[in-house]
Design a protein around this ligand. Structure first.
Ligand code: C5P
Length: 226
C-alpha cells in the first residue's frame, strides 16, 4: 500500500513529531502534527479570551468557527509551519504559556470534535504520518500502521529543557518537569479520548535510545510492513 495512514501517538517530548517528519521525508508522505492544532486553539484563547488570569474556555468554545488553522510546507526544515488565521504562529505555539494551558483546552469535547473532524479530512486520502495522542485510537482507528512512543519523565524533561532553554534562560528543569507531569496526568485521565496505547500499536520506549536509533527502528518496521 503506497498511500498509508501512519499514526504516531505517545507522551510529550518523546520526539513523535521529529520521527513523523523523518518518516514522511524518507517515504514521500505528508506529516501533520496534531498537537500544533491544539496549541493554536490555545493561543487563540490566550489572545482573545484571557480573563482573570485564565482562558474563558466556555466563551472560546462559542467562537471555534472563527479559528482557521492551516499548515504551510517549509522546505528549509522539511516541515510544516502552523498558521492561525493567516499568521505564522509556529514559534509562538511552542512557548511555556501555551504549554501550560494546552491540556485544559484539549480535554474539552467540543474542541476535540472541531479538530478531529479537520484531522480526518486532512488524512483521508492517506500518504500521511500523523502524530498526536489519539490518532491510532480515535482519529484513525483503522490506520495502516501505529506507533506508541514513550520514555521516562526525567529523560523527556531533559530533552525539552535543552530545547527550550536556548530561547528562555529563566526556564528551569523543575518547571519543565512539572509541566510534563501535569500534561501527562490530564491527557491520560480526561474522559474524551484519553492518551492510551492502541492494542495494535508498536510500543517504543526510547529512554535509552538516541534519536537515530529510534528512527531506524521505526523505519525498519515501516519497510517490513509496506
Ligand atoms: O504534541 P504536543 O505536546 O505539542 O501536544 C500538546 C498537547 O495537545 C498535549 O499535551 C495534549 O493535551 C494535546 N493533544 C491532544 N491530542 C492530540 C494532540 C495533542 O489532546 N492528538
Amino acid at each position: 500500500k503506497y498511500s498509508p495512514i501512519i499514526a504516531i501517538d505517545g507522551y510529550s517530548s518523546t520526539g513523535k513529531s521529529s520521527y513523523a517528519k523523518m518518516l514522511a521525508k524518507k517515504f514521500g508522505w505528508k506529516h501533520i502534527d496534531t498537537g500544533a492544532m491544539y496549541r493554536a486553539v490555545t493561543l487563540y484563547g490566550i489572545q482573545f479570551f484571557w480573563e482573570d488570569q485564565n482562558i474563558n474556555i466556555s466563551k472560546l468554545e462559542l467562537h471555534l468557527n472563527d479559528i482557521h488553522i492551516n499548515f504551510k510546507f517549509n522546505p528549509n526544515f522539511y516541515s510544516n509551519d502552523t498558521y492561525l488565521n493567516g499568521a505564522n504562529v509556529e514559534n509562538e505555539i511552542r512557548n511555556m504559556k501555551v504549554s501550560e494551558w494546552v491540556s485544559s483546552i484539549a480535554e474539552r469535547s467540543a474542541i476535540r470534535k472541531f479538530l478531529v473532524e479537520q484531522q480526518r479530512k486532512i488524512g483521508e486520502n492517506g500518504g500521511i504520518v500523523m502524530d498526536g495522542r489519539d490518532i491510532g485510537t480515535v482519529v484513525f482507528p483503522n490506520a495502516d500502521l501505529k506507533f506508541f512512543i514513550t520514555a521516562s519523565v526525567e529523560e523527556r524533561a531533559k530533552r525539552r529543557f535543552l530545547e527550550l532553554h536556548k530561547k528562555d534562560k529563566s526556564l528551569t528543569i523543575e518547571k519543565v518537569t512539572k509541566n510534563l507531569q501535569k500534561r501527562d496526568y490530564i491527557d491520560e485521565n480526561r474522559k474524551d479520548s484519553p492518551l492510551i496505547m492502541a492494542s495494535d500499536a508498536f510500543l517504543i520506549d526510547n529512554t535509552y535510545l538516541t534519536q537515530e536509533e529510534t528512527y531506524k527502528k521505526m523505519e525498519q518496521i515501516v519497510i517490513k510492513r509496506f
